[in-house]
Every structure is written in C-alpha cells, then in structure tokens.
Design a protein around this ligand. Structure first.
Ligand SMILES: [Fe+2]
Length: 360
C-alpha cells in the first residue's frame, strides 16, 4: 500500500513520453492530459521537485509541450516552478536582448549563423545547472531548431586516444572583444563589445569581473579587450557522478564554422548551404593566413598554445552530430535542460523566430 501511495503521489497527471520511444531518451516530453493550464502545471512541478530533478538528471532535458505559455512572463513562471534561483549575469558570447529581468532572447546572432553545441557558459567557474528555452514565435519548418546532445554519450563514444590528447593538453580559450567604439565588421563570428558583455565601460570593473572567473584580461590596441582563460575538458555530474564532455571547443575553435556548415549541408543539402560552406572555408583560411591564434575573434588551443589538430575537432563534431536530437519548435514549448550533461546549439533559419532563454 505504501509503495502504491508513493507512486500515485509522484506520477504526473500528464502524458509523459520520449520522442523516439527510448525510455531514457532525450528529451522527456510532458504534455497536458486535459486542460493545458500553466497554473496547474507549475503547482504540480513545485510540489514534486524530486520527480523533476530525477527526470531531468536521467533524460538530460524535459520538454513541456502544449501548455498555455504565451509570453516571456509565462515562461519565467514555468522556469521558476522548476528552479526559483534564476540568474541574469551572462558572460557568454551571444548578443541578447532582455525580455524580463531574467528572460532574454536566446541569441541575436544573424539567422544564417549556426551555433555549435555547447553547455551554457561551460568556461566560467560555476556554469549554470539549469538552462531553459521557450518558443515565443515558431520558426518556419526546416530550420531554427535548438538541437540537444547528451554530452555524457559524447564523452563515452569518443576515440579514447583523441580524448586523452584533450585531457593531456588542456584547453586555452582566447576571445577578442572590440571596445565601445565597435570593431571590424569582417569577422565571421563577431562577438559583442566588451562594454556590452560586462555592462560597464569601467575598465577596473571589467578586470575585477574577469579575475573573479579566473579570466586574464589584456587590453589591446583600439580599446579592444582580449580574454584568455583555461577550462576543464570534462566535468563529473554533481548528482550522478557520470563523466561529461563539458567544454566550449566546438564553439570556439576556428574550424567551427566550416565544420558545422559541412554537416548542416549534409542534413539539408541546399545550394545556399553549399555556398555558405564554401564561404566559411574561405573565410577561415583567410583568418588563419592573416592572424595569429591570439588575434582571432575566438579560438582555442591546448594550454601551452599548441594548436588542437583539425582532425581531432572533426572527431568531436562527428561524435556530437551522431547524438544530435533535432526537434522542431512548436509555439509555447518550454525545454528545461540539465546544463551539467546536455549541450544545445542552433541550426540556421530564415524568417521570424523568437526563442527565449533563462538559466539558474
Ligand atoms: Fe547557449
């Protein structure tokens, strides 16, 4: 009787499934069984925090589909029902707009840019534990998805020799930010300005924020800021102890753009994607020929400055794409991601699209 009572208490009054039928698949999908009330869903989630935590840890993400999520405020409400400790300091690279004090547009990077897989802010001392996305405006079919990848599987399935080279070499990241006056428009992966990233023009404050994260700030000509940092190759999941590929190499390495477009073209073989692939190859060749490692907008090497072989980065992308879960957005979707184990990215798109983000 007792076990039955516990089961009844924790069993959600919703339709629960996975996209591919795999009982531990990514993501778990929760749909209303009757009325799509957001209030009732939030109440249930708050009262059943243990169910939520266990299922996010197991599946890596939970997708709430079909509930009455109509605005950034609704989205924040649902996110808070899962984790009330939302944060709003963002030390990442995407330009973002604030929709509420804690909800932002996911990325204002131009639609044609793919965003490679990464765990949010994996390069800061204490990355977010939860990441939430919501679809406030559905993109046209065939683009604009936010693919997810279980980075536990990426760690597990990598060639151990390649993986060991990363572990032995470590990762050094360099990012170059333009100053308040702006910078070159020729960068393929142009970052925000440093005053936008740190929300101040006070250089002492910027240096203090960098040091708090273990970043080395270097002021460069034309009021630019170079940030050099190291980060772990992997992290062990704080709840389950599983080892996770947990780094930003796929995003920061110079080979990222052509590497991503090559796979996007294989997924969606259009003339436009072919042209973008050729353009990205040419741009990266030009960047490599005209600038050193430390002068690139974003790049990463081993800690001693030695270049990571392109072939090793290709291997990372191969394993990552093998596990890529591409699920088209539906209006009102909210996905809660375990940022300790699951990475996200963005596929290029055309037309309007509004995806919001918040994190805890
Ligand atoms: Fe992100």
């Amino acid at each position: 009787m007792e076990a039955e009572a516990v089961r009844l208490e924790t069993e959600p009054p919703y339709d629960v499934s996975t996209l591919d039928g795999d009982p531990s698949g990514l993501p778990l999908v929760v749909r209303p069984a009757g009325e799509p009330s957001l209030n009732r869903l939030c109440g249930w989630l708050e009262a059943n925090a243990a169910w939520v935590q266990a299922h996010i840890a197991r599946h890596g993400a939970i997708l709430f589909r079909g509930f009455a999520v109509d605005s950034a405020e609704d989205f924040e409400r649902l996110a808070r029902a899962i984790d009330d400790d939302l944060k709003n300091e963002y030390l990442g690279t995407s330009p973002r707009d604030a929709l509420t004090k804690y909800v932002f547009s996911a990325s204002e990077l131009p639609p044609v840019y793919p965003i490679p897989q990464h765990c949010e802010m994996s390069f800061v001392k204490d990355p977010p534990r939860r990441l939430f996305f919501s679809c406030l405006l559905e993109p046209q079919p065939g683009g604009g998805e936010t693919p997810l990848v279980d980075y536990r599987k990426v760690w597990r399935d990598m060639d151990p020799v390649v993986r060991q080279r990363f572990v032995d070499g470590g990762i050094r990241i360099v990012r170059n930010y333009a100053g308040p006056a702006g910078g070159s428009k020729l960068d393929l992966w142009k970052l925000k300005r440093w005053d936008e990233m740190f929300l101040t023009t006070d250089k002492d404050a910027v240096e203090a924020k960098c040091r708090a994260q273990g970043f080395e700030p270097i002021w460069t000509e034309n009021d630019g800021l170079r940030i050099v940092s190291t980060q772990p190759v992997f992290r062990d999941h704080p709840l389950t102890g599983e080892r996770v590929w947990h780094n930003h190499t796929a995003t920061f390495h110079l080979s990222a753009a052509p590497g991503e477009y090559q796979r996007i073209h294989a997924l969606r073989p259009t003339l436009k994607n072919f042209a973008l692939l050729q353009f990205a190859r040419a741009m990266v060749a030009l960047q490599r020929a005209t600038r050193g490692s430390d002068e690139q907008s974003m790049h990463c090497t081993y800690v001693d400055g030695t270049e990571i072989p392109d072939a090793d980065m290709e291997h990372v992308r191969d394993v990552t794409w093998r596990h890529l879960v591409v699920n088209p957005w539906r209006l009102g979707d909210v996905v809660a991601i375990d940022n300790h184990s699951v990475a996200h990215g963005r596929l290029p798109y055309v037309g309007p699209r509004r995806i919001a983000v918040c994190w805890a």
